[in-house]
Write a protein that binds this ligand. Structure first.
Ligand SMILES: Cc1ncc(COP(=O)(O)O)c(C=O)c1O
Length: 455
């Protein structure tokens, strides 16, 4: 009998709780610090920016946090998402029977990625607390789209500051956000003091996530009717994404398989956390399993950054967190995986790397696109540039197992489709996509600006 291609769960199997890894960590995460006072932030410091329910989740150490009924109802629009066995990719790589590749597919969400998993609860909690408007940043446009979609469901106005280079690369993402009723501007913009300061220093700035975050935080902090929503990095965002991994645990059981290695691309860390944290829970309980975060070589936060306290944004308005960082002033090259161009990494992911619980690898964009094209030509789905890094790592793992004559079961998260990234595919197919490697001196110059914090 042939083995199934898709493993599908019924609506009733959508997880009813988010999984909070903080409950299972060997050590508590270092506290976030106030950007001016440099002492630990309290709920009152975060209250101008976030709804109280979200702040509660940010500091919670409860293992399971119930998903509100209204959020579960909306999740049903696309959850549970399918888990695929990559039969055709495996055959094209000439893999032996005992080297298997599985992938979870989050591109079936309305916005085309994993990002609505957190956009919906964030908009829900904002609505519950009477918030009328949300401000946010977006890199690739996936997060901005997701929050625009969620805002439209709850009748909340959404303002998106989109990194300028992505705004130019992906005009239809802006159109999608506007279709859902949001407003989207290129960042750095003239609409905030942070944006104007950057433009005064560098009128041609292509922007970065760090700059766009500064603009969105300033917008929210200076308006009574507005709160801020972040699409990655913070604990509550990673928490919301754990529906992905919880479903994957159940689906791997359906396939009568258990992964030897779980792979996720990492920009701010939320996709990686979503697929991996429920498996890390099992690893911490004794299961032998490797967990691999994959980042772009052009923004190598985990593989070339330092584990230190740094600002979450360029203008130093967001809290200081302990994370792997390239320095808040680091300007990553204009690669097409816009969602992976962030100078830092989620504190929880950083802590796990520091403790040796996870591994990290960096991949160049041409190698990522090469694998994305191979994937599209076998599995059919056109991947976003971000998860193409994970595809590359999964293929490399499979080929290493084949060469070593070892069995291996590989799971990765295909966290988004690339339908808005066709200009990048065009450039790749035309042989016109460069690789970037930042010189060490550039990273060291940015790291020289880390805040001095007594630990
Ligand atoms: C498809 C996709 N994957 C990954 C990312 C990276 O973000 P994170 O590391 O938070 O998942 C993004 C961010 O925009 C994205 O759009």
């Amino acid at each position: 009998m042939t083995e199934p291609t898709r493993y599908l769960l019924p609506e009733s199997a959508i997880p009813e709780n988010w999984y909070n890894i903080v409950a299972d960590l060997p050590a508590p995460p270092p506290p976030p610090l106030h950007p001016v006072r440099l002492d630990p932030v309290g709920p009152e410091d975060l209250a101008p920016l976030f709804p109280m329910a979200v702040i509660g989740q940010e500091v919670s150490s409860e293992r399971f946090i119930p998903i509100p009924e209204e959020v579960l109802e909306i999740y049903k629009l696309w959850r549970p998402t399918p888990l695929y066995r990559a039969h055709r990719l495996e055959r094209s790589l000439d893999l032996p029977k005992d080297v298997r590749i599985f992938y979870k597919y989050e591109g079936v969400s309305p916005a085309g990625s994993h990002k609505p998993n957190t956009a919906v609860p964030q908009a829900y909690y904002a609505k519950q607390e009477g918030v009328r408007r949300l401000a946010t940043e977006t890199g690739a446009g996936q997060w901005g789209s997701a929050l625009s979609f969620a805002g439209s469901l709850f009748g909340i106005d959404v303002k998106v500051y989109m990194v300028k280079i992505s705004f130019a690369q992906k005009p239809y993402r802006r159109a999608l956000m506007e279709t859902w009723g949001a407003q989207c501007v290129a960042s750095p913009s003239n609409e905030t003091a942070a944006g104007r300061a950057i433009l005064a220093a560098d009128p041609d700035s292509t922007g970065s996530l760090g700059i766009a975050i500064s603009e969105a935080v300033e917008d929210a902090a200076t308006r009574e009717d507005t709160k801020y929503a972040l699409g990655s990095v913070l604990n509550h965002v990673l928490l919301h994404q754990t529906v992905v991994g919880q479903e994957a645990v159940a689906q791997m059981e359906m396939a009568d398989a258990y992964p030897d290695v779980v792979i996720g691309c990492a920009g701010g860390g939320s996709n990686f956390a979503g697929i991996s944290f429920p498996f890390i829970r099992e690893k911490l309980a004794g299961k032998p399993i490797r967990i691999l975060a994959v980042e772009p070589a052009a923004c190598p936060t985990l593989t070339r950054g330092v584990y230190a306290y740094d600002f979450g944004d360029t203008a130093k308005m967001a809290p200081i967190v302990k994370m792997h960082t390239l320095g808040h002033s680091f300007m990553p090259a204009g690669i097409h995986a816009g969602g992976l161009r962030y100078h830092g990494m989620a504190p929880l992911v950083s802590l796990l790397l520091d403790q040796g619980i996870i591994e990290a690898d960096a991949i160049h964009q041409r190698a990522a696109f090469e694998s994305a094209v191979a994937f599209a030509r076998t599995e059919g789905i056109l991947p976003a540039p971000e998860p193409s890094h994970a595809i590359r790592a999964a293929i490399d793992e499979a080929l290493k197992a084949r060469e070593a004559g070892e069995p291996r079961t590989i799971l990765f998260n295909l966290c988004g489709h690339g339908h808005f990234d066709l200009s990048a595919y065009d450039r790749y197919l035309a042989g016109d996509l460069p690789d970037y490697e930042h010189p060490q001196s550039e990273i060291e110059a940015a790291l020289a600006g880390l805040p001095s914090v007594a630990e």
